[in-house]
Ligand binder design. Structure first.
Ligand SMILES: Cc1ncc(COP(=O)(O)OP(=O)(O)O)c(N)n1
Ligand SMILES: Cc1ncsc1CCOP(=O)(O)O
Ligand SMILES: [Mg+2]
Length: 506
């Protein structure tokens, strides 16, 4: 199925919000937008002059036209003008969810009040939304006003935001994204909260972009998030990309009429400056949000520098392979021993570090950071789940380099909080070396990861890379290619190493 997203929403004659914003945002993420128009607003940059709701027959005919010809991966819903519209759309969604072989993901941006302050829906709709629509919604993206309207929870602080999100989930919504654009907490910041269907909570935040040209931000965020979900990105990635897209759009927003202008529609965000921070416990924003388990880690200090890109990177599990790779001129080697009970673990780590010194190669130790510090390794490689467990301050204090695995945009922005020595992106292709189910990134995503991070970090691509794929991976501009089987299962490992080196280094 092609990446088709439907927008069920109102038309904004001023071109800044509603259907018009949705199409532009979806186009920026290279998905195809189909539209079902629920209302025609007569609107300009100064406000809403009239609202003409479509009859349910007109909405029904638009849905019928799309159902068989262009079924959606994601259905994004914006303005629903009255109870009849809510009931009709809910009936359709319920039917699609039960009968489509690939049921659509439903994203609902509960448009209630325009940026101008004008009401965009009849007042008796809240009960109908709760009864009919919310139980069918996979992701809801209300702003603070809409959250308060739907939940009755007044957002006086971070715990109230969490309480409101839980209440939305109690109405049947799976995941909740509460946008903090109108919240101004902490002062001058824009902080958003998300909780997933699995109850994982996280906050994203950045300094508020100061501009009057904010019309259409809500619709555009929900549409970019919907587009990313249609491309198969996990919600965390879709959300952080949506935020970056809006921040960039606010930066380039401009006036077209007498009043406030619309958020600009630009392109897939590939500039780190527009991305929000993933807020960690122990950081300044984390403290403001009263996040638990404050860590002693100094976020701004950063880890030792590798002095440049890492070139061919061999990930191996024996000393024999460490030595063969170093002797064949591989500049970066990782000892990856997954058996923490191995009786020779410490000895192997010590010897691998000594071999690195002998051959003047960089030897990273996977997982076993205490032994790496103890024996003076060049560096340590850790996964995302290790970031909260390992003593990063000790690794930093001992002057070791730190490499961090990332599997998507959210994780790489999170890793950026720690200012590591390099970032690894994976798995690019399916691999039999490690179970990476649900974490295959593909070349297209790598093409976005590299420009985002290359100016700030040495970059590494890993997972399923072999001689047939290394050239196209290197073409993305990634600084290093990490491989296991391409070396250890090669007929002639030395030839494989030299061929890989040529592909990577040109
Ligand atoms: C260069 C490089 N990138 C990624 C990984 C994966 O590390 P991690 O996420 O810690 O998983 P395990 O390797 O421990 O299974 C890596 N080892 N090296
Ligand atoms: C350790 C690891 N992390 C992500 S993919 C991977 C294994 C890569 O192995 P291969 O190069 O054999 O596909
Ligand atoms: Mg590991």
């Amino acid at each position: 199925m092609a990446d088709v997203v439907w927008s069920i929403a109102g038309s904004d004659s001023g071109g800044g919000a509603g259907i018009q914003a949705d199409i532009k945002a979806m186009q920026s993420f290279n998905v195809h937008a189909c539209t079902v128009i629920t209302a025609l607003t007569a609107q300009n940059s100064l406000g809403v002059e009239a609202l003409n709701a479509m009859s349910t027959d007109v909405i029904e005919s638009q849905l019928q036209a799309l159902i068989h010809d262009m079924p959606a991966k994601v259905i994004k819903i914006g303005m629903l003008a009255n109870v009849q519209q809510i009931q009709l759309v809910a009936e359709h969604l319920s039917h699609y969810k039960q009968t489509w072989s690939e049921p659509p993901i439903v994203v609902y941006d509960p448009v209630a009040i325009a940026t101008s302050g004008d009401l965009l829906t009849e007042e008796d709709t809240v009960d109908a939304l709760k009864t009919h629509l919310l139980p069918l919604v996979d992701v809801i993206t209300p702003n603070t006003h809409e959250t308060q309207l739907l939940t009755g929870v007044y957002l006086i602080g971070p715990s109230a935001v969490k309480e409101a999100a839980k209440k939305l989930q109690s109405f049947g919504v799976k995941s909740v994204v509460i946008k903090g654009g109108h919240w101004d907490f902490p002062k001058g910041y824009c902080v958003d909260f998300a909780v997933s269907a699995e109850q994982e909570e996280y906050w994203l935040g950045n300094e508020a972009v100061v501009t009057p040209h904010t019309h259409g931000t809500g619709c555009s965020l929900a549409s970019s998030l919907a587009a990313c979900l249609a491309k198969g990105y996990p919600l965390k990635d879709a959300f952080i990309l949506g935020k970056a897209y809006i921040n960039k759009g606010l930066h380039f927003g401009r006036r077209y009429g007498e009043g406030i202008g619309p958020v600009a529609h630009t392109s897939f965000p590939e500039e780190l400056q527009y991305f929000p921070q993933v807020i960690e416990a122990g950081s300044w924003l984390g403290d403001e949000l009263e996040l638990e388990t404050p860590s002693e880690f100094n976020f701004s200090a950063g880890f030792a520098s590798t002095g440049g890109e890492l070139g061919l990177y061999a990930v191996v599990d024996t000393l024999d392979w460490v030595e063969k790779c170093l002797a064949a001129g591989v500049p970066t080697v990782q000892l990856r021993v997954k058996d923490a009970q191995s009786p020779t673990l410490e000895q192997d780590i010590e010897t691998a570090i000594a071999l690195g010194k002998k051959y003047q190669g960089r030897v990273f130790i996977n997982d076993h950071w205490q032994l790496a510090i103890q024996h003076g390794a060049y560096g340590v490689h850790l996964g995302q789940e290790d970031l909260g467990k390992a003593n990063l301050a000790a690794i930093q204090g001992a002057g070791l380099c730190l490499g961090v695995s990332t599997h998507g945009f959210y994780e790489m922005v999170r890793a950026h909080n720690y200012r590591p020595s390099y970032l690894a992106f994976g798995a690019i292709y399916p691999t039999t070396t490690k179970d990476m189910t649900g974490q295959i990134q593909g070349l297209e995503k790598l093409q976005h990861f590299v420009p985002l991070m290359r100016a700030t970090y040495p970059t590494v691509a890993i997972g399923g890379i072999d001689l047939t794929r290394a050239a196209q991976v290197a073409d993305t501009g990634v600084g290093s290619v990490a491989v296991v089987r391409a070396i250890t299962e090669a007929d002639d490992y030395e030839t494989a190493i030299s061929q890989l080196q040529v592909m990577i280094n040109g």
